[in-house]
Design a binder for this molecule. Structure first.
Ligand code: FES
Length: 332
C-alpha cells in the first residue's frame, strides 16, 4: 500500500511538469503575464523535485525515491528510515506464579509491549530481563522443537514460544499459569520426572529378539514408505507434556500412564522394525494403561505437532480387543 502511494505521487509529479510547461506556453501566447509567471514558478518547483529524486536514485539505491518520498510524506510513522511501530501495543500479562513455600499460585501482573511477532515466551523473558529477574521460566530452542516451554495460556496448554501474544490477548490481557498435571517447582516451571518415568514404562525403543542386535544393528532394517507411514505421524512427539496436562483422566488419576506414553507405545508397535509384538501390548493392558482412557480427545486438541494420541489409543484398544476375542475363539 505504501509503495503504491509513493508510485502514484511520483508519476503524478512526472505528468504535472510537462502539463505546466504546456499551460505556460498557452498563457504566454495569450499574453497573460501573471498566469505565465505563476506557471513558471510551479514548473521550476516540479523540475527541482525531479532533480532531488534523480539524485537520491543515483546515490541511495533502487528504492531511494520511495524512501525519500515516504520521508516527506510522513505517511507511515513520520520518521524516515525507522521501522513502522504503530503495531506495537501494550498487553497486560498476568502470570500465575507457583510459590513453593505457600504451595499456591500467586498472581503478578506486568505491562509488556508486543507487536504481531512477539511470542508469550518473548514477553515472559522481557519481564525477566527488565522487571523481575526472579521469574522462573523453562525454555531452550524458542522454535517449538525442544518441548520445554509448555504452560497454560488463557486456560489452554500451549507452547509459549509458538503462541503469539496478540493472537491470544483478549481485552489487552493474557493469563499464563504453569501446567497443573505435573508437580510444580517454581513459578512456571514444573517437574517432568514422573512424565519421563511413564514414557520409559512403555519401552519406547525398537526391540529386537536377538539381544546382540539391541545395541548394534546387524544390518540396515529397510522399510517401505507404506510401512513408515504407519507410525510416522506419531513420531513427531516432542515430549512437551501438553497432552498430559489437557487430559482429564491424568488430572484425576495420577497413575494413568497418559496420552503421551500411549501414543509412543503405538508408534513403536506399528514400526515394522520392532519385534516385541503382543508383549508390547501387554505393557499397557490395564486400567492405568490403555483402558483408563475415556476418549475426551483433549490431548489431540492441544498437541503442537499434530500428533493424535486419542486416535492412537483407540487403535490400540481396538487391536487389543480384537486379539482378546480371537484368543477366546481359539480357546473354544
Ligand atoms: Fe523449545 Fe518452546 S522453547 S519448544
Amino acid at each position: 500500500m505504501r509503495a503504491l502511494r509513493y508510485m502514484i505521487l511520483l508519476y503524478a509529479s512526472m505528468l504535472a511538469v510537462p502539463l505546466l510547461f504546456l499551460m505556460l506556453a498557452i498563457a504566454e501566447i495569450a499574453g497573460n503575464a501573471a498566469l505565465a509567471g505563476i506557471l513558471e514558478i510551479l514548473a521550476a518547483v516540479g523540475l527541482m523535485v525531479y532533480g532531488v529524486v534523480g539524485f537520491a536514485e543515483a546515490f541511495g539505491g533502487r528504492n531511494a525515491h520511495a524512501n525519500w518520498l515516504g520521508s516527506i510524506a510522513g505517511k507511515e510513522n513520520g520518521r524516515a528510515g525507522k521501522p513502522a511501530d504503530k503495531g506495537v501495543v501494550a498487553v497486560r500479562l498476568e502470570i500465575g506464579r507457583f510459590v513453593s513455600e505457600k504451595r499456591a499460585l500467586e498472581k503478578d501482573t506486568y505491562k509488556v509491549s508486543a507487536n504481531r511477532f512477539t511470542t508469550v515466551l518473548d514477553a515472559l523473558l522481557s519481564v525477566k530481563e527488565e522487571k523481575d529477574n526472579t521469574l522462573a521460566v523453562r525454555y531452550s530452542c524458542r522454535m517449538g522443537i525442544c518441548g520445554s516451554c509448555g504452560m497454560v495460556i488463557n486456560g489452554k496448554p500451549s507452547l509459549a514460544c509458538e503462541t503469539c501474544l496478540l493472537d491470544v490477548a483478549h481485552g489487552g490481557r493474557v493469563e499464563v499459569e504453569p501446567m497443573q498435571a505435573h508437580p510444580l517447582l517454581k513459578d512456571l516451571v514444573t517437574d517432568f520426572d514422573d512424565f519421563f518415568e511413564k514414557h520409559r514404562s512403555v519401552d519406547p525403543w525398537l526391540y529386537r529378539k536377538n539381544a546382540a542386535e539391541q545395541n548394534k544393528a546387524a544390518s540396515v532394517y529397510a522399510q517401505t514408505g507404506k510401512e513408515r507411514d504407519e507410525y510416522l505421524p506419531f513420531s513427531y512427539c516432542i515430549m512437551c507434556g501438553l497432552c498430559m496436562d489437557a487430559c482429564p483422566v491424568v488430572n484425576s488419576n495420577p497413575k494413568f500412564v497418559g496420552p503421551q506414553a500411549l501414543s509412543q507405545e503405538y508408534r513403536y508397535h506399528k514400526d515394522s522394525r520392532d519385534q516385541m509384538g503382543a508383549k508390547r501390548l501387554g505393557l499397557i493392558d490395564s486400567l492405568d494403561g490403555v483402558w483408563g482412557c475415556e476418549y475426551a480427545g483433549a490431548c489431540s486438541e492441544v498437541c503442537p505437532k499434530g500428533v493424535d494420541p486419542a486416535a492412537a489409543i483407540q487403535a490400540l484398544k481396538f487391536e487389543m480387543f480384537g486379539k482378546a476375542m480371537g484368543d477366546e475363539d481359539e480357546g473354544k
